[in-house]
Design a protein around this ligand. Structure first.
Ligand code: 5RP
Length: 233
């Protein structure tokens, strides 16, 4: 007897599409949805457009996401207009087994943390490559006030980290908030809560890209065979 043909493994791109679509199940009728930033979130925004008449709109974490939402006819509210959001949906650069994350690969970490903080639940959408045991292999993004960049780089060196200012088109990248990003390699972040609290109080640090105090409640993780749900609460 012939066995059925093997199901082809999902590519990273297909995993992003699937988790973006799966996140729609976590959006309720009449919601204003917190929306993150990045290539995975772009798939979610595309899926959100298919139910746009059922939601009130979105609070966005970046200029790029705002433009995509508006282009698809989804109203975008200012964060200050909305007291609390039921759900925030965003990607991650790394996520560990407790729902702690590194974010900011797209330089939107400060607004992402603000919208996450005003949301009751954080649903992370990520492809399989983002799941790690310990945070730190991905260069840690930190948004800094430009005049503090060198000092913050020296402080990371004392922790064993090598940091450099992120560049775009040959100059320091400027965030949506008019600040710079430094990316830090060589860290192994075993205490994400303590690490986030410590670095956040260094003078000139706007936001560190460890999301431990704003960790994910749930992760929709793309795998080669489909979407896996990881619960952290
Ligand atoms: C942007 C982010 C993104 O969520 C993170 O970089 C993941 O992006 P992608 O879905 O493109 O892999 O934190 O600041």
């Amino acid at each position: 007897m012939n066995s059925p043909p093997p199901v082809p493994a999902l590519s990273q791109e297909e995993q992003k599409v699937q988790v973006g679509r799966a996140a729609i199940a976590h959006v309720a009728k009449g919601d204003i949805v917190g929306v993150g930033t990045g290539s995975t979130v772009n798939k979610f925004i595309d899926a959100l457009a298919t139910i746009k008449d059922d939601i009130r709109g979105a609070v966005s974490s970046s200029v790029a996401s705002t433009e995509r939402l508006r282009a698809l006819g989804i109203p975008v509210f200012d964060s200050n207009e909305v007291e609390e959001l039921a759900v925030y949906i965003d990607g991650a650069d790394e996520i560990d087994g407790r729902g702690y994350m590194i974010k900011g690969g797209g330089a939107a970490l400060t607004r992402e943390k603000i919208v996450a903080a005003q949301s009751r639940r954080f649903i992370c959408i990520a492809d399989a490559s983002k799941r790690v045991n310990t945070l730190g292999a991905f260069p840690l993004p930190v948004e800094v006030i430009p005049m503090a960049a060198r000092r913050v780089i020296r402080q990371f060196a004392r922790l064993g980290g090598m940091a450099q200012v992120r560049e775009k088109d040959g100059a320091a990248l400027v965030t949506d908030n008019g600040q710079h990003i430094i990316d830090v390699t060589g860290l192994r972040i075993t205490d994400p809560l303590g690490f986030e609290s410590e670095v956040n109080q260094w003078p000139g640090v706007v936001t560190v890209g460890v999301f431990a105090h704003q960790r994910a409640n749930l992760c929709l993780l793309g795998t080669p065979s489909g979407v896996q749900t990881l619960r952290f609460d």
